[in-house]
Design a protein around this ligand. Structure first.
Ligand SMILES: Nc1ncnc2c1ncn2[C@@H]1O[C@H](COP(=O)(O)OP(=O)(O)OP(=O)(O)O)[C@@H](O)[C@H]1O
Ligand SMILES: [Mg+2]
Length: 509
């Protein structure tokens, strides 16, 4: 089998950071190669060099037997290379159809925009992945998962020879992921080469024919599928072994820190009641669209509930705005850091200090620089955020390190209650385990934590109780001591809302 792509001695530095230190890598004409590595190891940088978005400092790119010192984006596109980026790079104010058909329209440079053609191109791509997308919807209004699907469709509109997916599944549910993996296999069968980047090693092991491992800008190994195991990959990526353990919360008889009673919001969630104790990590899971995120947004005042009661520390409170929530001691780490969590153009330090800035004001309202530096440095350190200085802009950080900045921002505010909504999506295995340790430490210090996640192992390992949501209701509640991951997965896929037949059985599991 001849190679579609061969990289020889690719190097790239950003200022003092050597992001790629001489990469040698080949991808066969219809091979599925997975690329793994910790946050900041150079995966996205490598991809941008292949797509022509970045120019390598040195090295050669061989494509279908021809040598290039660098590629321009249009060249890369014409060679059949398509990339789906970590941050989607969609146009939020255009429709789904326009986004999908965009590159083709630019390419043909039609003066007249032909709506029928746009719709046809888009419909074909949507059909190919069997996505459930409304072509006329404005992309900015879509859920993150549907934005991701739109980005995938866009990459499939033209003569694709080599498809690169940079963490394509971070916002998808298991069903959507399975469909995407199938799409990838179908594309391979049509002779398309695929490079798949993911932190979810189970996906990697499900789809890869070979796995390339990056560590600190170096390619440390390329394994055949048979040689690759979860443990082996983690060890190669991090240079250490990561062990998993379940979190044992201290039993507490204290009164609840947070009580939610019959909270409802039209078309989002109904009659949600639960309590959260100090030091507890409460898991919430469920399929996409089950109302988990809407519930979190209501508790944090972004999209307030219509009815129901919220009691924090015995005080009934009204949460109508984010300010109300912050005042009540609630912090929120969103699933979509790019629109809700992070100001990309600001520095890492400014992002971390954003919530606590008022507390750092001293006499005359001036910011106490020493306190500011101390707070920022402490949290960069606690979360092991890889930056050369707090002054660098958030946009220059790798995806996973950006997510840590958002976490740092809320942890720095020392909340009473911290809501994490798929907050470790896109974070590498070793770092994720590090973040779990931090969450547990926060819980031991008395913070109540609500951990919303699609990843069943994440909720099972870290939480004492799990609420499973479905269709806007709590369909089941389980104590993690009593269940296995497989049982929880089953509940997520099967349970009807609580009080409707099945759900009663499930909740008594
Ligand atoms: N435009 C830039 N300016 C400065 N530094 C950059 C820039 N882009 C990337 N870097 C640095 O290069 C290194 C590699 O980053 P890259 O985004 O390639 O990592 P990654 O492997 O994709 O990580 P992740 O899993 O978190 O997405 C990081 O240290 C990052 O901070
Ligand atoms: Mg990346």
């Amino acid at each position: 089998m001849s190679d579609f792509l061969k990289l020889v001695g690719i190097k790239k530095s950003f200022g003092g950071v050597q992001a790629l230190k001489g990469i040698e890598l080949a991808v066969g004409q219809n091979e599925i190669l997975c690329l793994v590595g910790e946050n900041g190891s150079g995966k996205s940088t490598l991809i941008k060099i292949i797509s022509g978005d970045l120019k390598p400092d040195s090295g050669e790119l061989w494509i279908s037997g021809r040598m290039y010192k660098q590629l321009r984006p249009i060249q890369s596109l014409n060679l059949g290379i398509r990339v789906i980026y970590q941050d989607f790079a969609l146009f939020p104010n255009l429709t789904v159809a326009e986004n999908i058909a965009y590159s083709q329209l630019v390419e043909t440079q039609d003066r007249l925009v032909n709506w029928r053609e746009i719709r046809e191109i888009a419909a074909r791509a949507v059909e190919l992945v069997q996505a459930d997308l409304d072509l006329n919807e404005v992309v900015g209004n879509l859920s993150v998962a549907n934005q991701q699907m739109t980005a995938i469709c866009r990459a499939l509109t033209r003569d694709t020879r080599f498809l690169i997916l940079d963490e394509p599944t971070s916002a998808l549910t298991k069903k959507e992921i399975d469909r995407l993996l199938q799409v990838v296999r179908d594309l391979q069968a049509k002779g398309i080469a695929v490079m798949f980047v993911s932190h979810k090693l189970n996906e990697v092991l499900a789809i890869a024919e070979r796995v390339a491992v990056l560590r600190d800008g170096e390619l440390v190994a390329t394994l055949d599928r048979e040689e690759a195991t979860n443990e082996r990959l983690v060890e190669l990526m991090s240079g250490t072994r990561v062990t998993y353990s379940r979190y044992e919360a201290k039993p507490s008889n204290e009164p609840p820190l947070l009580e939610v009673k019959d909270l409802s919001k039209r078309n989002c969630f109904q009659d949600i009641s639960f309590s959260l104790r100090r030091g507890e990590i409460l898991g919430i899971t469920g399929l996409l669209g089950s109302g988990r995120t809407e519930l979190a947004l209501a508790l944090f005042g972004i999209d307030p509930a219509d009815r129901g009661q919220i009691v924090v520390d015995h005080q009934p409170i009204k949460i109508r705005t984010v300010k109300d929530a912050i005042k009540a001691g609630i912090g929120y780490v969103p699933e979509d850091r790019l629109t809700q969590g992070l100001v990309l153009k600001k520095s890492v330090g400014e992002n971390i200090a954003a919530v606590i800035i008022d507390r750092l004001r001293g006499w005359l309202g001036l910011i106490d620089n020493r306190a500011w530096n101390a707070a920022v440095e402490r949290w960069i350190d606690e979360l092991a955020i890889r930056v050369t200085s707090p002054e660098v802009k958030a946009q220059t950080l790798s995806g996973g390190n950006q997510q840590r900045v958002v976490l740092a921002k809320w942890l720095a505010s020392l909340p009473k209650i911290l809501i994490l909504d798929n907050a470790t999506a896109g974070i590498d295995v070793a770092a994720k385990s590090g973040i779990h340790q931090i969450i547990r430490r926060m819980a031991r210090q008395g913070i109540g934590i609500i951990l919303i996640s699609d990843e069943i192992p994440e909720v099972v390992n870290n939480c004492s109780r799990i609420l499973i949501m479905r269709k806007g209701r709590i369909a089941a509640e389980v104590e993690t001591a009593d269940v296995t991951e497989a049982e929880v997965q089953q509940l997520v896929e099967l349970t009807e809302p609580r009080g409707k037949g099945e759900g009663m059985v499930a909740s008594s599991l």
